[in-house]
Design a protein. Sequence first.
Length: 47
Amino acid sequence: MTLIEVLLAMVVLGMGFLALAALQVQALQATDSALRTTQAAYAEQER
């Protein structure tokens, strides 16, 4: 492999890792939203 191929592969892998990081952030936000919804539902039932 040439240096250009290695650099290109690193760029592609880096973009993939950034996409995975973005998905992780979205998953954490969805989890937090679900937790808040569940807590609100329990609080409403206790009234």
